[in-house]
Design a protein. Sequence first.
Length: 303
Amino acid sequence: MPSFHPPIRPVARQPGQQSQPAEPLGWMQQLAAQDDLLLWVTAALGVLMPGVIYIVYHKVHAAYMRYATRKEATRLAEEKAKEALAIFYTRGMRETRVSKEGESVEEIPHSEWRIAERRARQLEEFMGEEKPMMRAIEDLRLDEFGKYIGFAIFLVECTDTGHAQESYEWFLDWLETVAADKKERKKLQTGEMKYAILGMSSDGKIMLNRAAETLSKRLRILGASSVVPDRNFDKECEGYDPEELFRVWAEDLFLAIDRYGIEEEDEYEDEEETEEEVDVSEGESEGEMVNDPIDEGMRRRNV
């Protein structure tokens, strides 16, 4: 059975009984009991806080401006790298001139340039003052190529059977090896690259350039995207002037590169897309079939 506990009540002081004296307050308690302390604290905060806030804001703002400046510089450098243009060409099986100690290297005359190198020099001339980066695939530095994120134009000369020449076959093998290795593939920045490939041969009679097709497939595996469809110059050159056909291809290529970003203008792109859709619909309605690649290039260039 639970027990009952009466409530605790304060003991009443008996008449004549003196109360115990209160303990003296410390100086902190005495100071806190006065209203002047609150006034002094409020005044001190009112004077000091604006200065503290200004100092904090000044430091934080300066740190943010340094961060924003670095970020903007990085962004501009990345945009410049993406707008870069490089021409990669195959030098082929020409004789190399090796200098002996103390002797100067004899310059290779233009007459000894093979077809891909001659076309690469033509593209360089087409660009005028905006000189692209020129690299022979045979002499390519893989670390430099792996960091390249701009526009890449590949001019690939194949053998009489359409396969890759021995002078640059190692490059295709390297692309295949990197594509199969996940860790190595992550180290490359090839996924940012935009490319165009033009295959050709010395005799101009190769209908299937397997070397150019292999290069395109392996670049796509690494994440690169094509600016224009891959072209086999030998196949399209039948019955046409090679120089005129190459000039049309180059102008179409530069127009496509402009649309991707070197001189990007959003309004221009929207207008071009609209005009292309109108041209396609008009061509289909009239039933026109144009098979001349030079005429097609002229029409695309005049859009």
